[in-house]
Design a protein around this ligand. Structure first.
Ligand SMILES: [Fe+2]
Length: 275
């Protein structure tokens, strides 16, 4: 079976190695393997032994047991099924960008049928088609971050829906038809009767953020099932804000990432090797 995670062993150790600013050679020599072997492991051309997984985990400050479960394909999160909350619905919109699946979401208030469009998946047509199919009334656009696979096509969605767009104050601003409204940690916006709170989760980008309401968080590329987004801006900030603002939520809180399967706080606390 195809393993369902966005990131597996190779991506995880690559992200952690770059996060610690270590070269292939530095990690390989500490692990007692060659640089070529480590490079092959990061690109999935070479499967590590159990002992090598634990050795590399120790060097990269990852949890060895959790990393081994992923390396040996022993864990994937329990599927998050719709209908878990009477007050809201999360509609996942998946599109391929450069051959890789990206998710945008509709966060729907069941009481009013009003919805937030969260990210664009760079496919405004697909997002607008889902709005039409579901019959929801979009009132607001929220962006987790400005990377092109999450924010391209924003002008088309703005023109079709007339919605205002919100993005974190620290995030670079994508192309838009309007003066973007900015958010900071703790700010709340209304989606029907839902109050959606902004949580700072920077590190993948300068102003990456997550959107939390009730037992649902749309997390963008801050955390993936069993992994994290690439920490191009700050590995320390990414891990600390995910730990403090996401993994501090109750275990049953559902996390919907920009890539890969949805997961829960409990699953990530138990299985994510970065924490
Ligand atoms: Fe991203």
């Amino acid at each position: 079976m195809a393993y369902a995670l966005e990131d597996e062993f190779g991506d995880i150790i690559g992200k952690a190695r770059r996060g610690h600013d270590l070269s292939l050679g530095q990690v390989a020599s500490s692990a007692g393997i060659t640089e070529a072997q480590l490079s092959q492991m990061e690109s999935y051309a070479l499967k590590p032994t159990g002992a090598q997984v634990h050795k590399i985990a120790g060097i990269l400050n990852l949890n060895g047991a959790k990393l081994a479960d992923i390396a040996m394909e022993r864990w994937a999160p329990e599927p998050v099924t719709p209908g878990y909350d009477d007050a809201l619905e999360v509609v996942t919109i998946t599109a391929l960008v450069g051959g890789w699946p990206v998710h945008a979401y509709l966060l729907v208030c069941k009481a009013t049928n009003e919805a937030a469009i969260i990210d664009t998946a760079a496919h405004p047509d697909t997002v607008l088609q889902k709005v039409e199919e579901t019959g929801v009334n979009p009132t607001i656009i929220l962006l987790t971050h400005a990377h092109s696979d999450h924010a391209n096509g924003l002008p088309e969605i703005e023109r079709a829906t007339g919605c205002p767009t919100y993005i974190h104050a620290n995030e670079p601003k994508p192309q838009s038809t309007q003066q973007l409204r900015t958010l900071k940690h703790g700010d709340e916006v209304a989606v029907g009767k839902l109050s959606v709170k902004t949580l700072d989760t920077p590190g993948h980008t300068p102003g990456g953020c997550s959107f939390h309401t009730r037992s649902t968080v749309i997390v963008g590329d801050a955390i993936f099932a069993g992994s994290v987004g690439g920490a191009k801006i700050s590995y320390t900030d990414l891990l600390s804000t995910v730990q403090n603002y996401l993994l501090s939520l109750p275990d049953d809180v559902k996390l919907f990432p920009g890539h890969g399967p949805a997961t829960t706080v409990g699953e990530e606390k138990t299985h994510n090797p970065f924490f």
